[in-house]
Design a protein around this ligand. Structure first.
Ligand SMILES: Nc1nc2c(ncn2[C@@H]2O[C@H](COP(=O)(O)OP(=O)(O)OP(=O)(O)O)[C@@H](O)[C@H]2O)c(=O)[nH]1
Ligand SMILES: [Mg+2]
Length: 331
Protein backbone atom coordinates (compact mmCIF):
# COMPACT_ATOMS: atom_id res chain seq x y z
CA UNK A 1 0.00 0.00 0.00
CA UNK A 2 2.88 2.36 0.81
CA UNK A 3 4.35 1.74 -2.61
CA UNK A 4 1.02 2.55 -4.24
CA UNK A 5 0.64 5.77 -2.25
CA UNK A 6 4.19 6.88 -2.94
CA UNK A 7 3.81 6.19 -6.63
CA UNK A 8 0.60 8.22 -6.73
CA UNK A 9 2.21 11.08 -4.82
CA UNK A 10 5.04 11.03 -7.32
CA UNK A 11 2.45 11.58 -10.03
CA UNK A 12 2.14 8.05 -11.41
CA UNK A 13 -1.22 8.19 -13.19
CA UNK A 14 -1.80 4.45 -12.96
CA UNK A 15 -1.35 4.52 -9.20
CA UNK A 16 -3.71 7.50 -8.96
CA UNK A 17 -6.30 5.67 -11.07
CA UNK A 18 -5.94 2.56 -8.92
CA UNK A 19 -6.53 4.48 -5.71
CA UNK A 20 -9.57 6.25 -7.17
CA UNK A 21 -10.96 2.82 -8.07
CA UNK A 22 -10.41 1.65 -4.49
CA UNK A 23 -12.25 4.75 -3.31
CA UNK A 24 -15.11 4.22 -5.74
CA UNK A 25 -15.49 0.59 -4.74
CA UNK A 26 -15.58 1.63 -1.11
CA UNK A 27 -12.63 -0.63 -0.43
CA UNK A 28 -11.77 -0.76 3.29
CA UNK A 29 -8.17 0.30 2.58
CA UNK A 30 -9.33 3.57 1.02
CA UNK A 31 -9.93 5.29 4.37
CA UNK A 32 -6.41 4.49 5.50
CA UNK A 33 -4.98 5.93 2.30
CA UNK A 34 -7.03 9.09 2.68
CA UNK A 35 -5.92 9.48 6.27
CA UNK A 36 -2.31 9.22 5.13
CA UNK A 37 -2.58 11.73 2.31
CA UNK A 38 -4.86 14.24 4.05
CA UNK A 39 -2.04 16.36 5.52
CA UNK A 40 -0.84 17.00 1.97
CA UNK A 41 -4.18 18.39 0.84
CA UNK A 42 -5.64 21.88 0.92
CA UNK A 43 -3.34 23.43 -1.64
CA UNK A 44 -5.30 22.97 -4.86
CA UNK A 45 -7.77 25.37 -6.37
CA UNK A 46 -10.95 23.31 -6.68
CA UNK A 47 -13.38 24.43 -9.36
CA UNK A 48 -16.85 23.03 -10.02
CA UNK A 49 -18.37 23.44 -13.46
CA UNK A 50 -22.07 22.76 -13.60
CA UNK A 51 -24.83 23.42 -16.11
CA UNK A 52 -27.48 21.74 -18.18
CA UNK A 53 -26.61 18.86 -20.53
CA UNK A 54 -24.82 20.02 -23.66
CA UNK A 55 -24.21 23.55 -22.39
CA UNK A 56 -20.56 23.21 -23.33
CA UNK A 57 -19.07 22.33 -19.94
CA UNK A 58 -16.53 19.89 -21.37
CA UNK A 59 -15.53 22.22 -24.19
CA UNK A 60 -15.12 25.04 -21.70
CA UNK A 61 -13.16 22.79 -19.35
CA UNK A 62 -10.89 21.84 -22.23
CA UNK A 63 -10.15 25.52 -22.81
CA UNK A 64 -9.63 26.12 -19.10
CA UNK A 65 -7.08 23.31 -19.03
CA UNK A 66 -5.24 25.07 -21.83
CA UNK A 67 -5.34 28.38 -19.99
CA UNK A 68 -4.08 26.94 -16.70
CA UNK A 69 -1.37 24.92 -18.43
CA UNK A 70 -0.10 28.12 -20.05
CA UNK A 71 0.17 29.56 -16.55
CA UNK A 72 2.33 26.60 -15.61
CA UNK A 73 -0.27 24.92 -13.42
CA UNK A 74 -0.96 21.20 -13.37
CA UNK A 75 -4.60 20.22 -13.72
CA UNK A 76 -6.79 17.34 -12.59
CA UNK A 77 -10.24 16.80 -14.07
CA UNK A 78 -13.06 14.75 -12.64
CA UNK A 79 -15.93 14.40 -15.08
CA UNK A 80 -19.01 13.11 -13.30
CA UNK A 81 -21.03 11.23 -15.85
CA UNK A 82 -24.56 10.56 -14.72
CA UNK A 83 -25.26 8.32 -17.68
CA UNK A 84 -22.61 5.85 -16.70
CA UNK A 85 -23.37 3.42 -13.90
CA UNK A 86 -19.80 2.21 -14.16
CA UNK A 87 -16.61 4.10 -13.89
CA UNK A 88 -12.98 3.26 -14.03
CA UNK A 89 -12.15 6.11 -16.30
CA UNK A 90 -13.75 4.65 -19.38
CA UNK A 91 -13.47 6.75 -22.50
CA UNK A 92 -16.60 8.83 -22.48
CA UNK A 93 -17.73 11.78 -24.53
CA UNK A 94 -16.59 14.06 -21.74
CA UNK A 95 -13.15 12.73 -21.97
CA UNK A 96 -12.93 12.85 -25.72
CA UNK A 97 -13.41 16.61 -25.77
CA UNK A 98 -10.32 16.88 -23.64
CA UNK A 99 -8.48 14.12 -25.46
CA UNK A 100 -5.78 16.39 -26.79
CA UNK A 101 -4.45 16.84 -23.26
CA UNK A 102 -4.03 13.15 -22.52
CA UNK A 103 -0.39 13.08 -23.61
CA UNK A 104 0.38 15.94 -21.20
CA UNK A 105 1.94 14.76 -17.92
CA UNK A 106 0.52 17.83 -16.19
CA UNK A 107 -3.07 16.83 -16.92
CA UNK A 108 -4.98 13.97 -15.32
CA UNK A 109 -8.51 13.24 -16.50
CA UNK A 110 -10.89 10.83 -14.85
CA UNK A 111 -14.55 10.00 -15.40
CA UNK A 112 -16.69 8.81 -12.54
CA UNK A 113 -20.19 7.35 -12.68
CA UNK A 114 -22.93 8.48 -10.36
CA UNK A 115 -23.71 5.05 -9.04
CA UNK A 116 -25.53 5.11 -5.77
CA UNK A 117 -26.40 8.76 -5.59
CA UNK A 118 -29.23 9.61 -7.96
CA UNK A 119 -28.38 12.71 -9.91
CA UNK A 120 -25.81 13.73 -7.34
CA UNK A 121 -22.09 13.54 -7.38
CA UNK A 122 -20.47 10.16 -7.49
CA UNK A 123 -19.62 8.51 -4.28
CA UNK A 124 -15.96 9.26 -3.90
CA UNK A 125 -15.82 12.54 -5.80
CA UNK A 126 -14.66 14.40 -2.73
CA UNK A 127 -12.06 11.74 -1.97
CA UNK A 128 -10.80 11.75 -5.56
CA UNK A 129 -10.38 15.52 -5.28
CA UNK A 130 -8.38 15.06 -2.06
CA UNK A 131 -6.15 12.54 -3.77
CA UNK A 132 -5.45 14.77 -6.78
CA UNK A 133 -4.80 17.63 -4.38
CA UNK A 134 -2.29 15.56 -2.41
CA UNK A 135 -0.67 14.45 -5.66
CA UNK A 136 0.15 18.07 -6.35
CA UNK A 137 -2.41 19.10 -8.92
CA UNK A 138 -2.60 22.89 -8.72
CA UNK A 139 -6.06 23.09 -10.20
CA UNK A 140 -8.85 20.51 -9.94
CA UNK A 141 -11.94 20.86 -12.10
CA UNK A 142 -15.08 18.84 -11.43
CA UNK A 143 -17.52 18.76 -14.32
CA UNK A 144 -21.03 17.81 -13.32
CA UNK A 145 -24.39 18.01 -15.06
CA UNK A 146 -26.56 20.43 -13.17
CA UNK A 147 -29.58 18.31 -12.57
CA UNK A 148 -31.01 17.95 -9.10
CA UNK A 149 -28.71 17.07 -6.28
CA UNK A 150 -25.34 17.55 -7.98
CA UNK A 151 -25.36 21.31 -7.81
CA UNK A 152 -26.13 21.19 -4.12
CA UNK A 153 -23.34 18.66 -3.64
CA UNK A 154 -20.80 20.59 -5.64
CA UNK A 155 -20.61 23.47 -3.16
CA UNK A 156 -19.53 20.97 -0.51
CA UNK A 157 -16.44 20.20 -2.57
CA UNK A 158 -15.52 23.08 -4.84
CA UNK A 159 -14.05 26.40 -3.70
CA UNK A 160 -15.50 28.08 -6.75
CA UNK A 161 -18.68 26.99 -8.49
CA UNK A 162 -19.12 28.03 -12.12
CA UNK A 163 -22.51 27.77 -13.73
CA UNK A 164 -22.69 27.45 -17.49
CA UNK A 165 -25.85 28.71 -19.15
CA UNK A 166 -26.68 28.94 -22.85
CA UNK A 167 -28.93 31.24 -24.86
CA UNK A 168 -32.22 30.11 -26.26
CA UNK A 169 -33.10 27.60 -23.62
CA UNK A 170 -36.54 27.94 -22.13
CA UNK A 171 -35.47 26.33 -18.91
CA UNK A 172 -32.80 28.87 -18.03
CA UNK A 173 -35.12 30.58 -15.63
CA UNK A 174 -36.02 27.24 -14.12
CA UNK A 175 -32.39 26.45 -13.58
CA UNK A 176 -32.01 29.71 -11.74
CA UNK A 177 -35.02 29.00 -9.61
CA UNK A 178 -33.57 25.64 -8.71
CA UNK A 179 -31.05 27.33 -6.52
CA UNK A 180 -28.33 27.95 -9.06
CA UNK A 181 -28.27 31.63 -8.15
CA UNK A 182 -27.43 30.74 -4.57
CA UNK A 183 -24.49 28.54 -5.41
CA UNK A 184 -22.89 30.20 -8.45
CA UNK A 185 -19.71 32.18 -7.90
CA UNK A 186 -18.95 32.79 -11.57
CA UNK A 187 -21.27 32.57 -14.57
CA UNK A 188 -20.43 31.67 -18.14
CA UNK A 189 -23.07 32.31 -20.74
CA UNK A 190 -21.64 29.94 -23.29
CA UNK A 191 -22.45 29.64 -26.99
CA UNK A 192 -22.33 33.41 -27.11
CA UNK A 193 -22.13 33.04 -30.87
CA UNK A 194 -25.81 32.14 -30.82
CA UNK A 195 -28.71 34.57 -30.75
CA UNK A 196 -30.28 35.46 -27.44
CA UNK A 197 -27.08 35.62 -25.43
CA UNK A 198 -27.61 39.21 -24.28
CA UNK A 199 -31.06 38.38 -23.02
CA UNK A 200 -29.80 35.51 -20.87
CA UNK A 201 -26.96 37.65 -19.53
CA UNK A 202 -29.41 40.44 -18.66
CA UNK A 203 -31.71 37.95 -16.93
CA UNK A 204 -28.88 36.55 -14.87
CA UNK A 205 -27.68 40.01 -13.87
CA UNK A 206 -31.20 40.95 -12.87
CA UNK A 207 -31.55 37.84 -10.74
CA UNK A 208 -28.21 38.61 -9.14
CA UNK A 209 -29.48 42.05 -8.14
CA UNK A 210 -32.18 40.32 -6.16
CA UNK A 211 -29.98 37.91 -4.27
CA UNK A 212 -26.95 40.14 -4.11
CA UNK A 213 -24.29 39.12 -1.67
CA UNK A 214 -22.37 42.17 -0.50
CA UNK A 215 -19.01 40.53 -0.35
CA UNK A 216 -18.86 38.84 -3.75
CA UNK A 217 -20.95 39.60 -6.83
CA UNK A 218 -20.69 36.73 -9.31
CA UNK A 219 -19.27 38.00 -12.59
CA UNK A 220 -21.16 37.04 -15.75
CA UNK A 221 -18.95 36.14 -18.72
CA UNK A 222 -19.95 35.60 -22.31
CA UNK A 223 -17.96 32.73 -23.79
CA UNK A 224 -17.65 30.81 -27.00
CA UNK A 225 -15.97 27.69 -25.70
CA UNK A 226 -15.50 26.31 -29.17
CA UNK A 227 -13.02 29.00 -30.17
CA UNK A 228 -11.93 30.18 -26.74
CA UNK A 229 -13.53 33.63 -26.82
CA UNK A 230 -13.97 35.00 -23.31
CA UNK A 231 -12.34 32.00 -21.65
CA UNK A 232 -9.30 33.93 -20.44
CA UNK A 233 -11.49 36.46 -18.59
CA UNK A 234 -13.58 33.60 -17.23
CA UNK A 235 -10.41 31.94 -15.87
CA UNK A 236 -9.33 35.26 -14.33
CA UNK A 237 -12.63 35.53 -12.45
CA UNK A 238 -12.24 32.00 -11.16
CA UNK A 239 -8.81 32.84 -9.79
CA UNK A 240 -10.08 36.05 -8.26
CA UNK A 241 -12.87 34.18 -6.52
CA UNK A 242 -10.39 31.66 -5.22
CA UNK A 243 -8.33 34.48 -3.72
CA UNK A 244 -11.50 35.88 -2.19
CA UNK A 245 -12.39 32.53 -0.61
CA UNK A 246 -8.92 32.10 0.83
CA UNK A 247 -8.64 35.60 2.25
CA UNK A 248 -12.04 36.61 3.59
CA UNK A 249 -14.09 35.87 6.72
CA UNK A 250 -16.81 34.52 4.39
CA UNK A 251 -14.24 32.12 3.03
CA UNK A 252 -13.33 30.88 6.50
CA UNK A 253 -16.97 30.39 7.42
CA UNK A 254 -17.48 28.53 4.19
CA UNK A 255 -14.45 26.34 4.87
CA UNK A 256 -15.72 25.48 8.35
CA UNK A 257 -19.11 24.55 6.96
CA UNK A 258 -17.48 22.39 4.34
CA UNK A 259 -15.25 20.60 6.81
CA UNK A 260 -18.23 19.99 9.05
CA UNK A 261 -20.12 18.34 6.22
CA UNK A 262 -17.02 16.33 5.42
CA UNK A 263 -16.86 14.96 8.95
CA UNK A 264 -20.60 14.28 8.87
CA UNK A 265 -20.38 12.37 5.59
CA UNK A 266 -17.48 10.22 6.77
CA UNK A 267 -19.20 9.58 10.09
CA UNK A 268 -22.43 8.49 8.38
CA UNK A 269 -20.56 6.29 5.94
CA UNK A 270 -18.72 4.54 8.75
CA UNK A 271 -21.85 4.19 10.84
CA UNK A 272 -23.72 2.65 7.94
CA UNK A 273 -20.88 0.26 7.29
CA UNK A 274 -20.75 -0.79 10.93
CA UNK A 275 -24.52 -1.10 11.25
CA UNK A 276 -24.66 -3.31 8.17
CA UNK A 277 -21.97 -5.55 9.61
CA UNK A 278 -23.74 -5.94 12.95
CA UNK A 279 -27.06 -6.59 11.25
CA UNK A 280 -25.54 -9.26 9.00
CA UNK A 281 -24.04 -10.97 12.04
CA UNK A 282 -27.28 -10.67 14.01
CA UNK A 283 -29.45 -12.02 11.24
CA UNK A 284 -30.54 -15.64 11.34
CA UNK A 285 -33.09 -17.87 9.67
CA UNK A 286 -34.95 -18.04 12.96
CA UNK A 287 -35.08 -14.30 13.36
CA UNK A 288 -36.31 -13.86 9.81
CA UNK A 289 -39.06 -16.40 10.46
CA UNK A 290 -40.06 -14.61 13.63
CA UNK A 291 -40.20 -11.35 11.72
CA UNK A 292 -42.29 -12.91 8.99
CA UNK A 293 -44.64 -14.41 11.58
CA UNK A 294 -44.91 -10.98 13.24
CA UNK A 295 -43.63 -12.44 16.50
CA UNK A 296 -41.11 -9.65 16.53
CA UNK A 297 -41.07 -6.36 14.68
CA UNK A 298 -38.35 -4.55 12.71
CA UNK A 299 -38.36 -1.68 15.22
CA UNK A 300 -37.40 -3.91 18.10
CA UNK A 301 -34.78 -5.65 15.98
CA UNK A 302 -33.29 -2.30 14.99
CA UNK A 303 -33.26 -1.16 18.59
CA UNK A 304 -31.42 -4.37 19.56
CA UNK A 305 -28.83 -3.70 16.88
CA UNK A 306 -28.41 -0.11 17.97
CA UNK A 307 -27.79 -1.33 21.50
CA UNK A 308 -25.10 -3.64 20.14
CA UNK A 309 -23.56 -0.75 18.24
CA UNK A 310 -23.64 1.57 21.22
CA UNK A 311 -23.49 -0.54 24.38
CA UNK A 312 -23.13 2.56 26.54
CA UNK A 313 -25.68 4.86 25.05
CA UNK A 314 -27.62 7.56 26.87
CA UNK A 315 -30.51 5.12 27.11
CA UNK A 316 -28.44 2.66 29.07
CA UNK A 317 -27.04 5.40 31.27
CA UNK A 318 -30.56 6.65 31.78
CA UNK A 319 -31.49 3.24 33.13
CA UNK A 320 -28.53 3.30 35.47
CA UNK A 321 -29.42 6.72 36.77
CA UNK A 322 -33.00 5.61 37.26
CA UNK A 323 -31.74 2.67 39.31
CA UNK A 324 -29.52 4.90 41.39
CA UNK A 325 -32.32 7.30 42.19
CA UNK A 326 -34.51 4.34 43.12
CA UNK A 327 -31.89 3.33 45.62
CA UNK A 328 -30.99 6.75 47.01
CA UNK A 329 -34.20 7.49 48.98
CA UNK A 330 -33.75 4.26 50.93
CA UNK A 331 -30.30 5.27 52.10
N1 LIG B 1 -22.08 27.11 -31.12
C1 LIG B 1 -21.38 26.71 -30.09
N2 LIG B 1 -21.34 25.42 -29.78
C2 LIG B 1 -20.62 25.03 -28.71
C3 LIG B 1 -19.93 25.95 -27.89
N3 LIG B 1 -19.34 25.28 -26.90
C4 LIG B 1 -19.63 23.99 -27.08
N4 LIG B 1 -20.41 23.81 -28.16
C5 LIG B 1 -20.93 22.56 -28.69
O1 LIG B 1 -21.96 22.10 -27.85
C6 LIG B 1 -21.98 20.68 -27.79
C7 LIG B 1 -21.91 20.19 -26.36
O2 LIG B 1 -20.66 20.54 -25.83
P1 LIG B 1 -20.05 19.82 -24.55
O3 LIG B 1 -18.82 20.55 -24.21
O4 LIG B 1 -19.97 18.36 -24.74
O5 LIG B 1 -21.18 20.13 -23.50
P2 LIG B 1 -21.35 19.52 -22.04
O6 LIG B 1 -22.05 20.54 -21.24
O7 LIG B 1 -20.05 19.02 -21.55
O8 LIG B 1 -22.31 18.30 -22.31
P3 LIG B 1 -22.66 17.09 -21.31
O9 LIG B 1 -21.41 16.71 -20.59
O10 LIG B 1 -23.15 16.03 -22.21
O11 LIG B 1 -23.71 17.61 -20.39
C8 LIG B 1 -20.81 20.21 -28.66
O12 LIG B 1 -21.27 19.89 -29.92
C9 LIG B 1 -19.91 21.43 -28.69
O13 LIG B 1 -19.14 21.46 -29.87
C10 LIG B 1 -20.00 27.34 -28.25
O14 LIG B 1 -19.44 28.22 -27.59
N5 LIG B 1 -20.74 27.65 -29.34
MG1 LIG C 1 -19.51 17.16 -20.73
Amino acid sequence: MDILINKALAGDTRAIARIISLIENDDPVADGILRRIYPLTGKAMVIGITGSPGAGKSTLTDKLIESFRKKGKSVGIIAVDPSSPFSGGAILADRIRMQRHTGDQGVYIRSMGTRGSLGGLSRGTREAVLLLDACGKDVIIIETVGVGQSEVDIIKIADTVCVVLVPGMGDDIQIMKAGIMEIANVFAINKADKPGVDRVAAEVRLMLELVRDKAWTPPVHLTVAENGTGVEEFAESIMKHHEFVKNSPEGTRFEFRRLSSEVEDILLKNLTRKAEKVWQAHKSRELMEDLAARKINPYTVSADILRKLFPRTEDNQGTKEANTSDVTPNN
